[in-house]
Design a protein around this ligand. Structure first.
Ligand code: CP3
Length: 342
C-alpha cells in the first residue's frame, strides 16, 4: 500500500498525534457545489448517477480540489443496501427517497438477499477509480447506514419526521425487527469489507434516525447491531455518527470504534466527559451557522476548536451541508480550521 500524503484524518481517528486538526464535511460531495450540479445534469436521475463509477469518482474528488478538505467521502447513498437486498427505491426530486414496496411480514424479510462484498459492484468500482485518481492525496472514507436507519427506510418507505411506522414495527413485531436487523447487519458487514478490499481507508456508519428512538429501544434495536459491525471491521478505523443519540453517548464510548460523530446539540466538554479520553470525537458545527457572515463563522468555529482541543478530534459539521449554503462559506469553514494553530 502506498503511503498517503495527508493522513491527518487517520492519525486523529487512531488517537495519534497530529500537527493540525483534520477537517471534512458531511455531504461535502454534492449539494453546495455548482460543479456537482453540472456533473449531475449529465444523468437522468440520482440513482443512475450513483451507479456511474466515473461520475461518482469525479464528484467525490471535487471537494478535495475545491474546499481543500482532509478526506474524500465516496459519492453514494445509504439506500444502495436496501436496493441490493431486493427493495428498490426512487429519489423523488426535492422530496427524497420513496420505496414502492416496504417490509411488513416475515415473507417480505425472507425474500431479501444478504449482500456479499461484491454485490454492489458499482460502489467498489467507484472506490477503485477514486483511489487511483486521488493519487494518495487524502484518505477515502467509505460508509453505510447503520442497521436501524436502514430498517427505518425499509419499513417506513420514505423519509418521515417521526418514523412512526418503523417504530410501530419495533413495538409490535420485535422478532421480525430483529430478523430484519440481522440480515441488514450481515449485508452491511460484507458490503463494508468489500469497500475496504478496494481501498476505503476509514468507514463511517450513519445512524441518521437514532434520535427518534427511546434509550431502551436504541440499546435493543440499534446499538447491538452497530457493535457487531464495529467488531467485524478491524482492518481500518471506524466512525459512528448517530444523530440525536446524546442519551447513548456514554454507552457508545464502549463500542470498538475509533471515533464518534456528534451533532450540534451536543456540548464538547460534556461529550468528552461522557466518552473518556480514549476515543476521537468528530463534529459538530451547526450547518446553519454557515448561513451567517464570515466573521461569525470564524468566531464560532474557533470557539468549537478550542472546546474540543487539537488532539483526538476531527472537525466537521453536526450534520450534512444544506443545499442552499454558499460554497464560499463552506470553504471558509475549512480554511478556518486549517488556519487554527495547534
Ligand atoms: O457525504 C457525502 O457527500 C457523500 C455522499 C452521500 C449522499 N448521501 C449523497 C446524496 C452520503 C454520505 C449520503 C448518506 C445519506 N443518505 C444519509 C445519511 C446522512 C444523513 O444525512 O443523515 C441519509 C439519511 C441518506 C438518504 C437520502 N439520500 C435522503 C433522505 C436524500 C434526499 C434528501 C437530501 O438529503 O438531499 C438523499 C439524496 C442524496 N444523497 C443527495 C446526495 C448528494 C441529493 C440528491 C441530488 O443530487 O438530488
Amino acid at each position: 500500500m502506498t503511503k498517503l500524503k495527508n493522513d491527518l484524518l487517520l492519525r486523529a481517528a487512531k488517537g495519534e498525534n497530529v500537527e493540525r486538526i483534520p477537517v471534512w464535511m458531511m455531504r461535502q460531495a454534492g449539494r453546495v457545489l455548482p460543479e456537482y450540479r453540472a456533473v449531475r445534469a449529465k444523468t437522468n436521475n440520482f440513482i443512475e448517477f450513483v451507479k456511474n463509477p466515473e461520475l461518482a469518482a469525479e464528484v467525490t474528488i471535487q471537494p478535495v480540489d475545491i474546499f481543500g478538505v482532509d478526506a474524500a467521502i465516496i459519492f453514494s447513498d445509504i439506500l444502495v443496501i436496501p436496493e441490493a437486498m431486493g427493495l428498490p427505491y426512487q429519489m423523488v426530486e426535492s422530496k427524497g427517497p420513496w420505496f414502492e414496496n416496504t417490509i411488513k411480514t416475515k415473507t417480505d424479510i425472507d425474500k431479501l438477499i444478504v449482500c456479499q462484498g461484491d454485490t454492489i459492484d458499482y460502489v467498489n468500482q467507484a472506490i477503485s477509480l477514486t483511489k487511483k485518481q486521488l493519487d494518495n492525496r487524502v484518505p477515502l472514507i467509505g460508509f453505510a447506514g447503520a442497521p436501524w436507519t436502514i430498517l427505518a427506510y425499509m419499513v417506513e418507505g420514505s423519509g418521515s419526521k417521526t418514523f412512526s411506522k418503523a417504530k410501530k414495527f419495533l413495538y409490535t413485531e420485535p422478532v421480525l425487527a430483529h430478523l430484519l436487523l440481522e440480515k441488514i447487519t450481515q449485508s452491511t458487514i460484507n458490503y463494508l469489507k468489500g469497500q475496504i478490499a478496494v481501498g476505503a481507508d476509514l468507514i463511517q456508519l450513519f445512524d441518521s434516525w437514532a434520535g427518534v428512538l427511546s434509550p431502551q429501544q436504541y440499546g435493543e434495536f440499534a446499538l447491538r447491531y452497530i457493535r457487531q459491525i464495529c467488531e467485524a471491521i478491524t482492518e481500518v478505523p471506524t466512525t459512528v455518527f448517530a444523530k440525536g443519540a446524546f442519551f447513548a453517548l456514554e454507552e457508545m464510548s464502549k463500542l470498538p470504534c475509533s471515533a464518534l460523530g456528534l451533532d450540534w446539540n451536543t456540548d464538547a466538554d460534556w461529550a468528552r466527559k461522557q466518552v473518556g479520553p480514549n476515543i476521537t470525537l468528530q463534529g459538530n458545527l451547526d450547518p446553519c451557522l454557515l448561513y451567517a457572515d464570515f466573521d461569525t463563522i470564524k468566531t464560532e468555529t474557533e470557539k468549537m476548536l478550542t472546546e474540543f482541543g487539537t488532539q483526538r478530534y476531527i472537525a466537521n459539521l453536526g450534520h450534512g451541508l444544506y443545499p442552499d449554503i454558499e460554497k464560499e462559506k463552506a470553504k471558509f469553514f475549512v480554511e478556518t480550521v486549517k488556519g487554527f494553530g495547534v
